[in-house]
Design a protein around this ligand. Structure first.
Ligand SMILES: *Cc1c(COP(=O)(O)O)cnc(C)c1O
Length: 394
């Protein structure tokens, strides 16, 4: 199979696996135990924290290990809201195309009396620092804007937004789950107060992530229990997962530039080829996007059928639309960049890693046009478009 769904999850790297096995086999102790087996595990935990801190340019004590990106997002938003509540500030600024871990946390806070401003992201899928500046009010307690979008790959001006927030004295959180290990991160230079990341998006294991919290920013615990993670995240630490995630991040950061160049070349070849399909459109910015992200809309087809046929053709991809309890909702991200419902349904996301090969791109470039043409040949909507009964939108 050709794996082109790296934005959903990645394969673990040999480096991450090699870091995980000793923590399972030999250093299996509980880091809170006083005996030597436990203390060896505690040392692994500490060196993982130090490695992560080096990659983000922060202090080891500013890293809080979590079960993944979703938990980190939830904890960041709830903590900022708790602080806002104490200060009588109940306004939060975000964007219309955040991950559901952020959007659904915001929904929960709205029910608790917070007011949320979702900035529009425009056709290329970004917000400007100026938009953020204009939306900040005296009662704003948090700005949360993702570093890069998981569906259309657009990269947001995090450093400029961070500067605006710091200047206004408003907390700034970024969901950097798609950016970590792929784009440069420097929490100091980028004026970031809180940052979420997840191991399985950069060749680490699933079920482990981290929240960077700038020293001095108070954090609320989501899980009560023991005093792990300085009392902010109870539960025996996932030492094998954490050790593997740290190794994966170090590896990704060490090879970031060469990986970026390699993956960008594959991506651009894919974009150029797929653009040849009639009545198609690239979603997101052609240049300012994640190295591995390709996302297209094809008029007159259903993304789900496309995915199933591509799977038969040996290609693992993804579509923006999510089939929830029988109803087919188009992606909120594609709607946010202004794609009409009908067009948003016909979307395809191919997300590459440095392990994809040029021959795989050639195979995708043969199969996608073939499958799109086949689906169109059977589509009643396509018939109406071709006969002029309906207007083409792309
Ligand atoms: C994958 C992802 C998450 C969720 O991370 P998990 O570790 O799977 O919980 C959050 N935000 C973005 C942008 C993502 O891509």
């Amino acid at each position: 199979m050709i794996y082109a769904d790296n934005a959903a999850t990645t394969k673990m790297s040999p480096v991450a696996l090699a870091a995980m096995l000793p923590a399972l086999e030999d250093n299996y102790g509980n880091p809170s135990s006083l005996h030597s087996v436990g203390q060896h595990a505690a040392e692994l935990l500490q060196s993982a924290r130090e490695a992560m801190a080096r990659c983000l340019n922060c202090k080891p004590r500013e890293i809080l290990f979590t079960s993944g990106g979703s938990e980190a997002d939830n904890q960041a938003l709830l903590s900022a809201a708790e602080l806002g509540r104490l200060k009588g500030k109940k306004h939060i600024i975000s964007t219309a195309f955040e991950h559901h871990a952020v959007l659904h946390s915001l929904k929960r806070l709205e029910k608790q009396g917070f007011e949320v401003t979702l900035l529009p992201v425009g056709p290329t899928g970004t917000v400007t620092a100026q938009q953020v500046k204009e939306a900040i009010r005296p009662d704003t307690c948090l700005v949360t804007v993702m570093y890069a979008n998981n569906e259309i790959g657009s990269i947001l001006p995090i450093e400029e937004i961070g500067a605006v927030c710091r200047e206004a004295g408003v907390l700034f959180h970024t969901d950097a789950v798609q950016a970590t290990g792929h784009l440069p991160i420097d929490v100091k230079a980028q004026h970031i107060d809180m940052l979420s990341l997840s191991g399985h998006k950069f060749h680490g294991p699933k079920g482990v992530g981290a929240l960077y919290v700038r020293q001095g920013v108070p954090i609320t615990s989501l899980i009560e229990g023991g005093a792990q993670e300085r009392g902010k995240r109870a539960g025996t630490e996932n030492v094998p997962g954490i050790a593997a995630m740290a190794a994966a991040l170090e590896d990704a950061c060490a090879h970031m530039e060469e990986n970026r160049a390699k993956v960008t070349a594959l991506r651009d070849k894919l974009i150029a080829g797929l653009s040849q399909i009639p009545h198609s459109a690239l979603n997101g910015d052609p240049v300012n996007r994640l190295p591995g992200n390709v996302n297209f809309c094809f008029e007159g087809i259903e993304g789900e059928s496309l995915l199933l046929l591509l799977d038969d053709a040996g290609i693992c991809a993804s579509s923006g639309s999510a089939c929830t309890s029988g109803s087919l909702d188009p992606s909120h991200v594609l709607l946010a960049i202004g794609r009409p419902h009908e067009v948003a349904h016909g979307s395809l996301r191919l997300s590459l890693s440095e392990w994809n090969q040029p021959w795989e791109i050639d195979h995708i470039l043969r199969e996608v046009p073939r499958v799109v043409a086949y689906l169109r040949s059977m589509s009643p909507v396509w018939k109406d478009l071709e006969s002029g009964k309906k207007q083409f939108m792309l």
